[in-house]
Design a binder for this molecule. Structure first.
Ligand code: FES
Length: 103
């Protein structure tokens, strides 16, 4: 079941940037790619690095700890085909970014 939580203001996450957020006690990485927002589980599956503090180039984020890379639109790891970082649905309403943290 969806549980939409206000996570950020659109104006605070310019295109080409990302943020690490705590949303309903969950660490979320929020990305803005060409004005479109995407959210991934913010904990890197390698050793727990902060994906929301990574380097975003186009639609690919690079984890700041050891360089694992993920497509922020899909969560797909850029090398390992079977490794997909969990995504969270995002919607925009009135200048606010909402993230679905689920049950
Ligand atoms: S913790 Fe992210 S690449 Fe190692």
């Amino acid at each position: 079941m969806a549980r939409w939580i206000a996570a950020a203001q659109v104006a605070d996450v310019p295109a080409g940037t990302c943020r690490e957020l705590v949303v309903a006690e969950r660490i979320v990485a929020l990305f803005c790619v060409d004005g479109e927002f995407f959210a991934l589980d913010g904990v890197c599956p390698h050793q727990g690095g902060p994906l929301g503090q990574g380097d975003l180039e186009g639609c690919v984020v690079t984890c700041p700890w050891h360089g694992w890379q993920f497509d922020v639109r899909t969560g797909q790891h850029q090398v390992h085909p079977n490794l997909v970082q969990p995504r969270l649905a995002v919607r925009i309403d009135g200048g606010t970014v909402y993230v679905d943290v689920g049950d």
